[in-house]
Write a protein that binds this ligand. Structure first.
Ligand SMILES: Cc1cc2nc3c(=O)[nH]c(=O)nc-3n(C[C@H](O)[C@H](O)[C@H](O)COP(=O)(O)O)c2cc1C
Length: 404
């Protein structure tokens, strides 16, 4: 594989040489193109040393054009990865501006384009940046991250560039990943829940969990690629909506229950990925609870079980549940499969850092009444493609049986 790495002028470009080294570990050939601003942050010589190739800087340079010019570079690449991608470069890509080497290649290449945005969280949340990203995604540009955490500017929030390892995994796996087979779920209505729910204690405090929503969103994306019509009922997460998904945002388990039950009758497949709070605070305070005694007691009330309620409908969709367990995976998962009368359950061990909640990787065991299948650790994106293929094949089998 040949990757053209575009480096733009953000603080995170100190991590870009590490991306080159990690790509090289996977046998990937790398050439680097830098913007003028990027050269203020890091010297081209660094990239020349790690790639062993001259770094491409200028559009209007006779010598450069006589060697590997912008069109040759555009043709050479299998993947054009821009990491970090500044807000400025993202805006210029959106507008189709081509007044330097990097932006001209963006227009001239037919290679897969992937960007790893990195910027201050206010810049990330600016409506101009959000709109630009939506446009780029609708044109097929893949967006990796950004992550949440402390930033070079001293703020904490969304905008950190993903770590080089995560970027490289996505590039290498993305090259191997077959997207979900188009047509596998053509015309099928898929309803998916994702993310955590949030149960208010008072106007400033709540109870929630570590679910990131990444698995549910990745499954929604894979189902769309397979031709399904997807409705995504999402708890409070800051993830971009997969293009063409119908997204319904909710906060609490009760909101999620209501929105799902309103739509379950029209669904052919229901995939319950959300980590729905089992309990809510019985009496939510209208104003902030003041500190008084050393101990504070909260009384909790059981929330309705969304998955079980959908599975109990007279005319029900195929029901796929998720089980996050810290031990005895198969026993607990099969118990839940039977108790809730599900068609399939996807179980993963949580509690470690390598897979499950918040991680970009996941390994799962899938069980259905008469069988099961294991999926070893891989990116949530690649796992979703495999899971959607399995769900589609079980759905088709079930439908054929129902008709015969
Ligand atoms: C110290 C410093 C750090 C910066 N970090 C970022 C950043 O992380 N992300 C970003 O979008 N812009 C950042 N900028 C602003 C960009 O450098 C500026 O928008 C520039 O025009 C980007 O040019 P380019 O996209 O052509 O590389 C930073 C500027 C300075 C002075």
């Amino acid at each position: 594989m040949k990757v053209l790495l575009g480096v733009t002028g953000g603080i995170a470009c100190y991590k870009s040489p590490e991306i080159v080294r990690r790509l090289a570990d996977h046998g990937v050939e790398v050439q680097v193109v830098m913007t003028q601003s990027a050269c203020e942050f890091i010297k081209p010589l660094v990239f020349q040393a790690v790639t062993g190739n001259p770094v491409h800087l200028d559009l209007l340079d006779e010598d450069a054009e006589a060697g590997m010019g912008h069109i040759e570079l555009a043709r050479w690449a299998d993947v054009f990865l821009i990491a970090p991608a500044t807000a400025n470069t993202i805006a210029r890509m959106t507008a189709g501006i081509a007044d330097d080497l990097l932006s001209t290649i963006c227009l001239a290449t037919t290679a897969k384009q992937v960007i790893a945005p990195a910027m201050n969280s206010m810049m990330w949340h600016h409506p101009a940046t959000s709109a630009n990203l939506e446009t780029l995604k609708s044109r097929g540009v893949e967006v990796l991250g950004p992550d949440e955490g402390s930033q070079a500017c001293g703020e904490t929030g969304v905008g950190r560039m993903l770590e080089p390892d995560d970027i490289v995994t996505a590039i290498v796996e993305g090259n191997n990943t077959t997207v979900a087979e188009p047509g596998l779920l053509a015309g099928v209505n898929v309803l998916i829940t994702a993310g955590p729910t949030r149960e208010d204690i008072d106007p400033v405090r709540f109870i929630s969990n570590h679910s990131s929503g990444k698995m549910g969103f990745a499954l929604a994306q894979a189902a769309l690629e397979a031709g399904a019509r997807v409705t995504l009922v999402a708890g409070p997460v800051r993830l971009p909506t997969p293009a063409k998904a119908d997204r319904v945002d909710v906060i609490s388990a009760r909101d999620m229950h209501r929105e799902v039950m309103q739509r379950a009758g029209d669904a052919d497949i229901f995939i319950s990925v959300a980590a729905v709070a089992d309990y809510r605070v019985t009496e939510q305070a209208d104003s902030k609870i003041k500190k008084s005694a050393d101990d504070m007691v909260l009384t909790l009330t059981r929330n309705a079980d969304i998955l079980a309620d959908v599975a109990a409908l007279a005319s029900r969709p195929m029901c796929v549940g998720f089980a996050a367990e810290t031990e005895n995976l198969e026993t607990y998962a099969r118990g839940k499969l039977q108790r809730k009368k599900l068609d399939m359950i996807i179980a993963n061990l949580v509690g470690g850092t390598a897979t499950g909640f918040n991680s970009d990787q996941n390994a799962v065991e899938v069980f259905w009444p008469e069988g099961g299948q294991s999926f070893s650790s891989r990116s949530k994106q690649s796992l979703s493609v495999d899971l959607i293929s399995l769900i589609a094949s079980r759905y088709q089998r079930q439908n054929t049986k129902d008709r015969s």
